[in-house]
Ligand binder design. Sequence first.
Ligand SMILES: *[C@@H]1O[C@H](CO)[C@@H](O)[C@H](O)[C@H]1NC(C)=O
Ligand SMILES: *[C@@H]1O[C@H](CO)[C@@H](O)[C@H](O)[C@H]1NC(C)=O
Ligand SMILES: *[C@@H]1O[C@H](CO)[C@@H](O)[C@H](O)[C@H]1NC(C)=O
Length: 219
Amino acid sequence: METCGLLLVLVLCREVFCQSHYCRSKFGVYEVADYNIHACAWCYFFLFPERDYKPNPLTHTLEIQTNGSRVYPDINNKSATGEICATLSSDECDKWRLCCLASRDCCTRQLMSSAVDDNTSCPTTWDGYGCWDAGEPGTTSYISCPNFLQYSVPTRSALKTCNADGKWLTKGPLSLEWTDYTPCLSYEELKVSIYISVGCQIASLLCLLPSVVIFLMYK
Ligand SMILES: *[C@@H]1O[C@H](CO)[C@@H](O)[C@H](O)[C@H]1NC(C)=O
Ligand SMILES: *[C@@H]1O[C@H](CO)[C@@H](O)[C@H](O)[C@H]1NC(C)=O
Ligand SMILES: *[C@@H]1O[C@H](CO)[C@@H](O)[C@H](O)[C@H]1NC(C)=O
């Protein structure tokens, strides 16, 4: 009888404290601690796909493939964020942090939401840039464009489509859930930045020309 009561208390405690401490991203459902690290690793990749670190989907670490150096992307760990931000400019580091913080807020929002995942509506989720509440089947949801996205115009909206079957619209070879962020991009700014980089490359080619001529003449 005694042990039974104790067991009941334990089970009740577990229900109260451990229930639904899971958050959802486009890659799946994870325990909060794993979700935080995982989302933050993907923030780095989605914002800066060309940089040194790449996320490892199994260990939730960020890794540099060329020398095997790995780091656990915990934004509360100063030495870890220091290592990660060493590969970014300070402006980029701020953007990455904002994305990680937004992913954490999204998890909190998911845990507080009372919507039950009954398979009839699209589940509340973090898509890598933004947080989505549960979607009605056959409708489109909107959120403000994230301010940490490069060339993003925060006054515009990203959109996500909930299919009639209660699943988010998917795209690509892996059929991952897909959000339309194209309305967020300011093509003017993007164009200017491309012109500037092409201009710089032409300028550096022109600067190189005399040295090539000199090299050919005097070799
Ligand atoms: C790996 O390379 C990065 C720079 O790309 C460097 O900061 C880091 O110290 C290196 N790690 C090891 C273990 O060599
Ligand atoms: C913080 O990150 C560093 C470098 O990744 C790691 O060695 C250390 O164990 C971490 N500290 C904590 C408290 O997790
Ligand atoms: C929802 O769907 C999943 C698989 O698609 C199934 O395992 C689960 O039992 C369903 N839940 C409900 C409440 O229908």
